[in-house]
Design a protein around this ligand. Sequence first.
Ligand SMILES: [Cu+2]
Length: 154
Amino acid sequence: MKALKQHSFNPLLFVAMAAAMLLACPPRADPEPEEPPVPDPRVEAMEENEEVIVEMTDNRFEPERASVQVGQTVRWRNSSSRIHTVTADPQLAANPQNIELPEGAERFHSGDIAPEEEFTRQLDVPGTYRYVCVPHEMEGMVGTLTVEEQGEGR
Ligand SMILES: [Cu+2]
């Protein structure tokens, strides 16, 4: 009778519960790398309008003179090992004469651009811009940008 009672306790249920508990154990940590698609703003910009790239070498903007269309993006890239700036603000230049902005254009200053870093800007006011690199202005690091009205069939 005793054995029967124990039997009726139903070891099967016990085993089933144990199995269920095993199955319920937290799954092995298997972190799936979640990589949300990163939209590349560069690709989009390239599709919308071609960029103009100005390299910043040790103490030069390269090319020193560049032309862009209104609305085009200018990308200054620091390909040197020094810190540069792109500064079109007479108040920040050692020689304010080095700065030129078309009437109505906003002055701008990139802040420090470390090696490998870059600065982009879209210029909406046509005309001639002269800008400097603040740390190397006295070494002659001055650039000129001509922004042309779009569709100006010259
Ligand atoms: Cu510089």
